[in-house]
Design a protein around this ligand. Structure first.
Ligand SMILES: Cc1cc2nc3c(=O)[nH]c(=O)nc-3n(C[C@H](O)[C@H](O)[C@H](O)COP(=O)(O)OP(=O)(O)OC[C@H]3O[C@@H](n4cnc5c(N)ncnc54)[C@H](O)[C@@H]3O)c2cc1C
Length: 600
């Protein structure tokens, strides 16, 4: 029989919290928290994405926000039971605020709150049209000159951006812009997505030909429309491109392909953007109230500058421009870089019969895909998780409930176990000269991704080719210069080359703000991405959340959206609610707007 005792513990705590918060008794509420507590709020209390760390920060936030927020009805979520293991009781919870319904997660240690996650599910009076609220589609009855669904859609497409202005413009129609656009459509926020490629999905289609997603299907669903159960575990890039194109159509998005955003400026007085776009050879001026840059954190190519690049006679390009291996059979290739793209491209070149050398300047974290799936992701995102009743929404919320400050502590044991399991594999790689790391504090791939968005390869086969020498390796060296037919390394080695691929990564999204708006605005909002962990490429001070992502920035009405498919899915919910609230004139006082410590 189910042990109901945890329900009692959690309910007692929630009742006490409800009572203290309803009475405005901040001290009583703070007393219910552990000393080392974490309260992560996704928009409900703070109109921000913010983690309060420790009682002092919880107190400060409540003092600032409790009176406006007016939370109530805290309880164990409908249909859920609390559970307890290793001295931690935990439960899904629900609550309301003055303007919204919330869902969350709570962990109790010694009868007090250790972690609390509060997220906004919906704005009262502005719920999405689902279930009993779904649209009729047909208009029953008789009506002269009635319009069909198709005619209505065509009329909308003809007027939005021309005779009627969108409330929101999203620049970038990759999966980020598309997922956010879908949420905004459901919330009835008039939105146009601007994409310089011709078709939705092109940002995937245009990547190197051998690319398949590195993350498995359970991690990758888009909002509203999960992949079918027979979808492959690792989506080939062109297949995911087609899915995005289909999704854009069926979710009825106003998607302007072959349209480039040229520049944007904000008028502080009218609180309106002027966005200049080029569509079908014509300049169009859009006047939205909100501007979202969904231009991709893996889209602004970092192209190094080496002496001699201008005289090199072979082909040279950034990994994002790499066409695939076909025309390089029997030729010599040098791939500069040692992360995901470098490995994928080297492997595909080797398969096509190219003599390929990887140049590794500094250490890289490698994790075998099956080990990552089994030890890193299985409990939340896997077929086993699905079988045991885990939903994508719950998996996302459990992941979100682990505070960033201590997330590495949960990750270190996972990567230690992976190191042990794959010890032989790592030994062989090192023997081949490959420089390995496991993250600055051995916390592995996820932390590297969250902190710096680079520095790793999820091994799907290329590592074996490096270990057995099929892909040649030069490590611990940099490129000194290029000659007409070769690459000269810092140790004096000369590598003859017909092709040089710069798999040297991507620049910060801040760079897009500088290009499209101004350097001044880019500097005002500061660095995008990273946690302030004071690890490589993620300078301190500690920020507690990812810089500038999905939340208000120092530039009013400017937002950044993106990340991997999981993040796009999860955080588009909270960004869309922030935009909807502003459109409806719901007060959205932001608590704890992040300070800027670093530029671009
Ligand atoms: C090789 C590689 C493998 C990856 N594998 C995975 C994976 O397995 N799983 C995963 O989740 N992520 C993966 N990623 C990360 C991947 O980049 C992102 O998940 C995804 O592309 C991000 O989507 P996005 O919409 O934020 O950006 P993008 O897909 O980069 O889309 C940004 C869009 O903005 C458009 N744009 C930019 N500037 C303008 C402008 N001025 N006007 C109009 N349009 C503009 C671009 O054309 C582009 O289409 C991988 C990335 C790379 C490079």
């Amino acid at each position: 029989m189910l042990d109901k005792a945890p329900n009692g513990k959690v309910s007692d705590l929630l009742n006490a919290l409800d009572k203290a918060l309803s009475a405005g008794e901040v001290e009583h509420a703070v007393d219910l928290f552990q000393m080392d507590c974490y309260w992560r709020d996704l928009v409900t209390f703070t109109w921000n994405i913010k983690t309060m760390e420790g009682k002092e920060q919880v107190r400060d936030m409540l003092k600032a926000r409790l009176a406006d927020t007016k939370p109530s009805n805290w309880k164990i979520a409908d249909g859920e039971d609390a559970s307890e293991a290793d001295g931690i009781a935990e439960s899904w919870i629900q609550f309301e605020t003055e303007v919204a319904r919330g869902f969350g997660h709570m962990r109790l240690k010694d009868g007090r709150i250790w972690t609390l996650l509060t997220t906004m599910s919906e704005l009262k009076g502005h719920e999405e049209p689902v279930g009993f609220g779904r649209p009729m589609g047909a208009k029953h009855g008789a009506e002269r000159n009635r319009k069909t669904w198709k005619e209505d859609r065509e009329a909308e497409a003809a007027e939005l951006g021309y005779s009627r202005q969108p409330y929101c413009v999203i620049v970038g129609g990759g999966q980020g812009g598309i997922a956010l656009g879908a949420r905004l459509r459901q919330l009835d926020v008039p939105t146009i997505i601007i994409e310089k490629n011709e078709r939705p999905g092109d940002s995937w289609r245009k990547r190197y030909k051998s690319l398949c997603l590195h993350d498995p299907v359970w991690y990758d669903h888009l909002p509203y429309l999960p992949f079918p159960r027979n979808w492959p575990v690792f989506s080939p890039k062109d297949k995911i491109g087609d899915w995005l194109e289909m999704y854009t159509k069926v979710m009825e998005l106003n998607y302007w392909g072959s349209t480039e955003c040229k520049k944007a400026s904000y008028d502080e007085k009218s609180r309106e953007w002027t966005v200049v776009v080029q569509r079908d050879g014509k300049e169009i001026i859009l006047k939205p109230k909100q501007l979202v840059l969904a231009t991709g954190m893996s889209a602004k190519a970092n192209i190094p500058e080496f002496e001699g690049m201008e005289i090199f006679k072979g082909d040279q390009h950034h990994s994002s421009q790499h066409p695939g291996p076909d025309k390089y059979k029997d030729k010599k290739a040098v791939v500069i870089g040692s992360n995901n793209s470098a490995h994928d491209i080297c492997a595909a070149l080797w398969e096509a019969g190219v003599d390929v050398t990887m140049v590794q300047r500094s250490t890289t974290h490698i994790v075998k895909s099956d080990s990552l799936m089994e030890l890193g992701l299985a409990s939340l995102y896997s077929e086993q998780a699905v079988q045991s009743g885990m939903t994508t929404a719950k998996a996302d919320l459990i992941f979100a409930s682990l505070p960033y400050k201590i997330l590495h502590e949960f990750q270190i044991p996972v990567y230690n176990a992976i190191r042990e399991r794959d010890a032989e594999f790592y030994k062989r790689l090192e023997k081949a000269g490959f420089l390995l790391d496991y993250g600055d504090d051995d916390s592995g791939l996820f932390m590297k991704y969250l902190r710096r968005g680079s520095g790793y390869y999820i091994d799907v086969g290329a590592s074996e080719l490096i270990a057995n020498g099929s892909i040649k390796l030069k490590s611990g060296v940099d490129v000194k210069k290029l000659t007409e037919h070769s690459v000269i390394l810092s140790d004096g080695t000369e590598l003859p080359a017909d092709l040089v691929v710069y798999a040297t990564g991507y620049g910060s999204m801040n760079g897009w703000a500088a290009d499209l708006i101004s350097r001044e605005v880019a500097d005002k909002v500061g660095k995008v991405w990273g946690l302030g962990s004071a690890t490589t490429k993620d300078p301190g001070p500690w920020e507690g959340e990812q810089r500038n992502m999905w939340k208000p920035t120092q530039q009013e009405a400017l937002w950044f959206h993106g990340g991997n498919l999981h993040q796009s899915r999860h955080y588009s919910q909270f960004l869309s609610l922030q935009l909807k609230a502003r459109m409806e004139g719901i007060p959205t006082p932001v608590y704890g707007l992040q300070e800027v410590h670093h530029l671009g």
